[in-house]
Each structure stands twice: as structure tokens, then as C-alpha cells.
Write a protein that binds this ligand. Structure first.
Ligand code: FAD
Length: 497
């Protein structure tokens, strides 16, 4: 057997990305590795990133993480989707819920049947056929061994990091606190050899994971990997974040409320509510953004809103030489669809699958980069869709979004849906057909034609079938307890037990 050439793994950074990476590597292939994580308490973490998508549960399952335990530790709530408000038009509202919609025959997705029904004057809303959407609207939730409801979490990012740290340290990860002063490279190959700390100590490694956030200390500042800028498609570049105490009913969804130069999030945890204003500095000043955010809060802020500047784009390579960038260091797509945590969790899962035990080769890094690139581009397209497909013309920001050119891949998708109502999940797509359909229709892309499957059935049978489907969903939702009641018995916060 080959001698193992990559054994010493050094993770630079202890934000959510760093500790997720440490937890995954130590739990899944830890016995074969020697893992060190370096973080600086002085520098701290970005401190946001509290809304997730359902793949987080798969990641937890791989790591043997108990759901109640992680939810209790992070004051988490359940998330069934996102409520988009004011996007295609002011006063519009639609959900992007996580569930499947209706029952699809093999020849066409369910929305084709619904489009035919709507044209024939019956069928109600498409959302009537989605359990998760109806439960979200009603503020109800229940999960059990048998239930097939699809969900994610809202969680406290700081507490999530601490939870993962505990797990990682229990699995043998060594943590070093301190500031990395510089990064050493092999003069010939350019491979990284060690992190030199402020203290003068050097931490040597075979493989380095850059989780240093927007700085990209290893992947960019040292390796000069390069950056693909996507800000012409996604031009928001600032967020102001603030928290309030928890007020009102805890609803199981994130709110994304558009304003005239971006949007605002509202993320309910058990302990508090996370609020943020995402905006584009070209169209809105920081002072106005601050006033706008504070004016929209439904309780007093717990501190002054914190400004987080960012730019949208990606590193030209996630894996360069012996450095893999995960998290903000690898790129960033604004948080509209809560995809960042997923992207580094899938990134580290891929790294586990492709771990270079017997050495790093070009073919391996090429394949890793290809997969990461393709997935990110599909996520990018999905997020751009929300901006491009708007009828808003009430501000320069929305006027410019509506008139901007988009990637060809997205333009083709929009056209296909507009012409034929076809939506698809490509192999690289994170988002399923139902996600694309909800956002395409929610953003008022109206199909001109659709599959004829809905005409095959006699009208009475079709009406009966649809009513039955709707009825069974309504009945299932009515049987669920209110979301906050369920939380209180399933995973109450530690300090209120
Ligand atoms: P950071 O949290 O910045 O961590 C960087 C780490 O590197 C820190 O530990 C720091 O101390 C360390 N470090 C840096 N330099 C040095 C040095 N010289 N020496 C030692 N240590 C160093 N994602 C979602 O999935 N859902 C969301 O709802 C969501 N909302 C977001 C909202 C906003 C406004 C932004 C900006 C991001 C959001 N994200 C969201 C993304 C999410 O916050 C990040 O992906 C996640 O927090 C991971 O960040 P990170 O660990 O890569 O970086």
C-alpha cells in the first residue's frame, strides 16, 4: 500500500466553515489524520449565517449529530422555506417552500397539470398542493419518524460554531488560538508548508484548508488564485445586521422583504430575531440603510447594526496546490437563498470523498474544482432569477435589475419556462424543479404553453383528484401543532427548560 502522503491537515479559521470542516474531517476520516485548527479570537467571525436549507440535515446525519441536541444548543427553530415579499411587484408575496408540489405523473411535473386546471378555471393556488408551504403559512409544524415534511433550521451561528467545536475537539482536533502572521510556501512548488503565528510558532501541514473568511489569507493573499467577479449580476455589496428580542409568534420561515435597493431578512430563533438589510451602496447610503433597517424592526435593537461589506463572486479555483478554500474565502453569493452553509458542507463532504491520502494530483484538484464551479454557477443563476424577473420599476436599482443581461444558462431557463413551462433540475443543480417553479411563477414569469397531460383526464376526475390532494394537505396541516408549541416540547432552549 502507498505510504500516506497527506496526513497533517491544518484548518485556518474557526468560523462556521472552519468548525464544520473540522467536525466533518475528524468524525469521518479522523483516525487517518492529524488535524489542527487555528483561529483568532481578536479577529472573530463574520457572525451571520443563520438560515439554512434542508441539506444541513443530511450533513448532520453523516456526522451522527442528534437533531434535538443541535437545535437545543443553537436555540434553533424549524424553517420550511422563505417568504418573498415585494419582489416582482410591490405588495406581492410568494413562498419558496422546501417541499414537493402535488403528485407528478412521469411524463410531466405537477405544475403542468395545475396550469391546465387554472386555464380551465379551477385548481386554486399552486401552493395549495405543497404541505410545507401550507404548514409555513399556518405557522404549524410537526416532524416524526414517519412524517415526510422537508425542512431546515434557523440557528444561532455563534452557538453552532461552539457546538461543532466541541464535537471536533472530542474527535481529536487540536485548536490553537492566535493570529496567523504569514504563510510559508515551498520555494519550488509553491505548495504551502506552514502557518507562522504572531507568537513565532510555525504550524506545519500537508494540506491546508482556508476558512479565513473574506480575507482568503491562504487561497488569495498567499496563492493569488484570482477572482471571478459577479457583481454585475448580483450588485448588492453591503449588509447591516442587528438582532432583537423574540417577539410574536415564531413562524417557521425566513422572510426576505425587498426594498428599493435590495432586501431585508427576518430570521426567527427561539431566543431572538435576526434582522438584516442587504443593499447596494451604489443606490443607497449607509445612513439611509441604517434608518431603514431600524425603522423596520418590530422590537428595539439589541445593539447598533453592524455593517458587513462583501462582494459577489468566486475564487477561480477552490482547490489550488495543497490549499482548499471553504466558506467565504472561496467566494460568496449573497444570502438570499441561504446557500453558503450548504456550499461549504457539500465542499467538505466532497473533500472527504476525494481526500488525497496518497498525494495531490492535478486530475484530482481539477475534478474537485469542476464540481464546485458547476454547482456554484447554478446557485448563482437561481439567485439572479429573483432580481432579473421583476416588474418593479419604482427605483433605479430595480429598473437596472430588470434590464440587466444575465448568464446564458439562466436566460435559456427563463425562456424555456416562459414558452413551455418546462423547468428542470440539471445534474449540478442544488435546487429541484419545485424550487425553480415556485420562484419563476412567484416572480411572475407566466408560461405561454405547457404539457398536455392535464387534458388527458376528464374534467370531473381532474377536479376530484386535485380537491382530494388539497384536502389531504389541509387535513395534515390542521393536525399539526403550532410551530412554537412543537418547539417548546421538542427542543426547548437550555435556559428555559
Ligand atoms: P468567518 O466567520 O469570517 O470566519 C473566519 C475565521 O478565520 C475566524 O475564525 C477568524 O478568526 C479566522 N481568521 C481570519 N484571519 C485570521 C488570521 N490572520 N489568523 C487567525 N485566524 C484568522 N449563510 C447561510 O448559509 N445562511 C445565511 O442566512 C447567511 N446569511 C449571511 C448574511 C450575510 C450578510 C453574510 C455576509 C453572510 C451570510 N451567510 C449566510 C454566509 C455565512 O455567514 C458564512 O458562509 C459562514 O458564516 C462561514 O463564514 P466563514 O467561516 O467562512 O468566515
Amino acid at each position: 500500500m502507498n505510504e500516506q502522503r497527506v496526513k497533517k491537515v491544518v484548518i485556518a479559521g474557526g468560523g462556521t466553515a472552519g468548525w464544520c470542516t473540522a467536525a466533518a474531517l475528524s468524525k469521518l476520516i479522523g483516525p487517518l489524520l492529524d488535524i489542527t485548527l487555528v483561529e483568532s479570537e481578536d479577529i472573530g467571525t463574520v457572525g451571520v449565517g443563520e438560515s439554512t436549507i434542508p441539506t444541513v440535515r443530511t450533513f448532520h446525519r453523516f456526522l451522527g449529530i442528534d437533531e434535538r441536541e443541535v437545535m437545543r444548543a443553537t436555540n434553533a427553530t424549524f424553517k420550511l422555506g422563505i417568504s418573498f415579499e415585494n419582489w416582482a411587484r410591490e405588495q406581492d408575496q410568494y413562498f419558496h417552500a422546501f417541499g414537493t408540489i402535488g403528485r407528478s405523473p412521469w411524463m410531466a411535473d405537477f405544475h403542468h397539470i395545475w396550469l391546465q386546471a387554472r386555464a380551465d378555471g379551477y385548481g386554486g393556488d399552486l401552493g395549495d398542493y405543497c404541505l410545507e408551504l401550507q404548514a409555513a403559512k399556518a405557522g404549524r409544524f410537526q416532524t416524526s419518524e414517519k412524517a415526510t415534511i422537508n425542512y431546515a433550521y434557523h440557528l444561532d451561528a455563534g452557538l453552532y460554531g461552539q457546538f461543532l467545536r466541541k464535537l471536533s475537539e472530542a474527535n481529536g482536533v487540536r485548536r490553537i488560538e492566535g493570529k496567523i502572521a504569514r504563510v510559508e510556501q515551498d520555494a519550488k512548488s509553491g505548495f504551502l508548508t506552514g502557518l507562522v503565528m504572531d507568537s513565532g510558532a510555525t504550524i506545519e501541514g500537508d494540506l491546508f484548508i482556508d476558512c479565513t473568511g473574506f480575507r482568503g489569507l491562504l487561497i488569495e493573499q498567499t496563492l493569488k488564485t484570482g477572482w471571478d467577479d459577479w457583481s454585475h449580476w448580483l450588485p448588492t455589496d453591503r449588509a447591516l445586521a442587528v438582532q432583537t428580542d423574540s417577539v410574536g409568534t415564531i413562524m417557521p420561515y425566513t422572510r426576505a422583504i425587498a426594498h428599493d435597493a435590495g432586501w431585508r431578512w427576518r430570521i426567527p430563533l427561539q431566543s431572538r430575531v435576526g434582522n438584516g438589510l442587504v443593499y447596494c451602496s451604489q443606490y443607497l447610503s449607509e445612513e439611509d440603510a441604517r434608518t431603514r433597517l431600524l425603522g423596520a424592526l418590530d422590537a428595539p435593537p439589541l445593539f447598533d447594526p453592524r455593517l458587513i461589506p462583501y462582494s459577489t463572486g468566486r475564487r477561480k479555483m477552490s482547490w489550488n496546490k495543497n490549499c482548499v478554500a471553504l466558506g467565504l474565502s472561496s467566494g460568496f453569493i449573497e444570502p438570499l437563498e441561504s446557500t453558503s452553509i450548504h456550499l461549504f458542507q457539500i465542499g467538505v463532504t466532497r473533500l472527504v470523498q476525494m481526500f488525497p491520502f496518497s498525494g495531490i494530483t492535478q486530475a484530482l484538484t481539477d475534478r474537485y474544482n469542476q464540481a464546485a464551479r458547476a454547482e456554484l454557477e447554478r446557485v448563482r443563476d437561481f439567485v439572479i432569477l429573483h432580481y432579473k424577473a421583476t416588474e418593479r420599476d419604482d427605483s433605479a436599482f430595480w429598473h437596472d435589475r430588470h434590464n440587466m443581461s444575465v448568464p446564458d444558462t439562466l436566460a435559456a431557463r427563463i425562456e424555456l419556462f416562459r414558452e413551455k413551462a418546462y423547468a428542470y433540475q440539471a445534474p449540478d443543480d442544488l435546487f429541484r424543479v419545485d424550487s425553480w417553479v415556485q420562484v419563476l411563477l412567484g416572480q411572475r414569469i407566466e408560461p405561454r404553453g405547457w404539457h398536455g397531460v392535464g387534458k388527458l383526464m376528464p374534467r370531473e376526475d381532474a377536479v376530484r383528484g386535485l380537491e382530494g390532494l388539497k384536502g389531504s394537505i389541509a387535513k395534515a396541516v390542521a393536525a399539526m401543532p403550532p410551530h412554537d408549541h412543537f418547539l417548546a416540547q421538542y427542543c426547548p432552549m437550555k435556559d428555559v427548560v
